[in-house]
Design a protein around this ligand. Structure first.
Ligand code: MSP
Length: 534
């Protein structure tokens, strides 16, 4: 079972492209693993508790539940527009999740892993945590990233995080599967040194924060939002669930092979707290999840933020360019693990060149020529030449390289490999000039070979791109009447000869209509107006 999950998004504000990227990446990988024939469970959802939510709801004059319900709807609607194929929805106000969190808390307390103490210190309102001296910057103050910092004294419940230090260090050093890409492992190891100087405060007194999951053994407190949120990966996978809960079978699902998170939440939440919590609950080394840590989308090199006013709304992008253009851009213009700069002009450029001009034109021209020269039927042919052999060999290599990169979560690089093959196909058209071959009866066999090579490549690339662009892939395969022929194909079995002798293809239709600039639209409108006057 391939269990893939994402970070759950805070419901204090609407989704932006950072959220959308992570979920599209997860969707592409989930779809890829389904193509491989694996049983896949894809979980995503929303993180609904915490101080920020309570504060925003107060400002809006509504209850926190009302507020999170409103924002949650925005996430669900966007995921639907973007065609996300998730199997489970994690919302932390779900009673099944609350029950799981409370059972875990009770178990940990019974095992002596939780204790209560009074603590006086500096508290970051933004990060909802107490700060220690190690959080002070070089000037000895708490930096801007902590927001408002106030001095507080209160009693709270603590998790014996420091007890996990020796195990954690050893585990992270030993494991190559826990964190990818590998350069994040070094970063985590470095952080681990400092992360265990104290225990983890896992409660908030209700008089300060009531919007959270109540501690089952001390009802004056709610659970710290991160402790609650991290548990979503197991609670919605069926951990300690009632049989009639409707949740999956935990034994079948766990451990998650791929928990996709942004680089900002590796340390300390996912890289330190999460494995420490799991280990304290009794999970063994081989039962730890695999973290895939992605980079950030920035705007003009700057962080996206409400205060700068540079937050990109994915809905506006879908309105302007369509969901597939947005899906493509979000996984194409970023290398998994690294940061990238969001640029709507590049979105248009990449869509128009790689999809509309290259793949779209290849399919359109190949199908049109086959209609025109062969009545849409692919005759058997025994002609072969070096160029055709090279194209076939290139396609076989493309399948191998594309698969290896996708298995490594390197979606952009996989698409680059696919685009190279598409360019090779377009060069093959120019070189073979089927329109010339069609003029000479004696060249019929060569013409048929050329068209079959082109259509076969359209079918194979159209199939491979399905994980990124499921609808466009269907359009391509339907025009080739190849949907049925692909039914039992997997990337491992995909090989030359999908389209049989005498196969009849369907009607051509543009797969990727070009995105027009305002200038191009105006020109077209002027041309149309002139035409209508004639
Ligand atoms: N609620 C926590 C996660 C809890 S997981 C148990 C959270 N939420 S978030 O809404 O702030 O972020 C959700 C995800 O979006 C995180 O993985 C975060 O890294 C990612 N991104 C937020 N902004 C981003 C970009 N600008 N670019 C790419 N991803 C970014 O953290």
């Amino acid at each position: 079972m391939y269990y893939i999950t994402t970070a759950i998004d805070y419901t204090n504000g609407p989704p932006h492209i950072g959220h959308a990227y992570e979920k599209v990446l997860a969707d592409v990988l989930a779809r890829w693993h389904r193509m491989l024939g694996e049983e896949v469970y894809f979980l995503t959802g929303v993180d609904q508790h915490g101080q920020k939510v309570q504060q925003t709801a107060e400002k809006k004059g509504i209850s926190p539940q009302q507020h999170v319900d409103e924002i949650t709807k925005l996430f669900i609607a966007l995921w639907e527009r973007l065609g996300l194929s998730y199997d489970g929805w994690a919302a932390t106000t779900d009673p099944r999740h609350k029950a799981c969190v409370q059972k875990i808390l009770t178990n940990l307390k019974d095992q002596g892993q939780l204790y209560k103490k009074s603590y006086k210190g500096f508290y970051s309102v933004r990060q909802e945590q107490f700060l220690t001296d190690k959080e002070r910057n070089e000037e000895g103050v708490f930096g801007e990233e902590w927001g408002e910092v106030v001095e507080l004294e209160e009693e709270n419940w603590y998790f014996r995080l420091a007890d996990q230090a020796a195990w954690m260090k050893n585990f992270i050093e030993q494991s190559n599967a826990f964190v990818t890409p590998s350069f994040r492992k070094a970063e985590l190891l470095h952080a681990v040194e400092r992360a265990f100087e104290g225990d983890l405060c896992i409660s908030r007194p209700k008089d300060r924060l009531s919007w959270g999951i109540e501690l089952p053994f001390d009802t004056d407190f709610v659970t710290y939002v991160w402790f609650d949120a991290l548990i979503n990966y197991i609670s919605f996978a069926g951990y300690l669930a009632e049989p009639e809960s409707g949740l999956p079978d935990f034994e079948k699902l766990w451990p998650a092979q791929c928990e996709i998170i942004g680089k900002d939440i590796l340390v300390p939440a996912h890289g330190v707290y999460w494995p420490a919590m799991l280990h304290a609950m009794g999970f063994k080394d081989e039962e730890m999840p695999g973290l895939l840590v992605h980079g950030w989308w920035n705007i003009n090199g700057e962080k996206m933020s409400k205060s700068i006013g540079n937050v990109v709304d994915p809905n506006a992008l879908v309105d302007a360019f369509g969901a597939e253009a947005v899906r493509y851009y979000l996984v194409r213009d970023i290398t998994t693990g690294k940061d990238a700069n969001f640029d709507a002009d590049r979105l248009v450029m990449l869509y128009n060149t790689e999809l509309a001009n290259d793949l779209g034109n290849l399919c359109n021209r190949s199908i049109n020529m086959t209609r025109r020269y062969c009545d849409s039927v692919l005759p058997a042919t025994d002609f072969d030449d070096e160029a055709s052999q090279a194209l076939r060999a290139g396609m076989a290599t493309t399948i191998k390289q594309f698969s290896a990169l996708m298995n490594d979560n390197m979606v952009s690089d996989a698409l680059a490999v696919l685009n190279n093959q598409i360019s090779a196909c377009n060069a093959y058209i120019e070189q073979q000039q089927p329109w010339q071959l069609a003029k000479d009866e004696a060249q019929a066999s060569k013409l048929h070979t050329v068209l079959r090579h082109l259509l076969e490549c359209c079918a194979q690339t159209g199939y491979l791109i399905k994980c990124v662009l499921p609808e466009a892939s269907d359009r391509i395969l339907n025009q080739l009447e190849a949907g049925g022929l692909m039914e039992n194909v997997t990337p491992q079995t995909l090989e030359w000869g999908i389209l049989p002798d005498n196969h009849t293809i369907g009607e051509p239709a543009p797969v990727f209509p070009r995105i027009l600039s305002e200038e191009e639209k105006e020109k077209l409108a002027a041309k149309a107006a002139k035409g209508s006057k004639k």
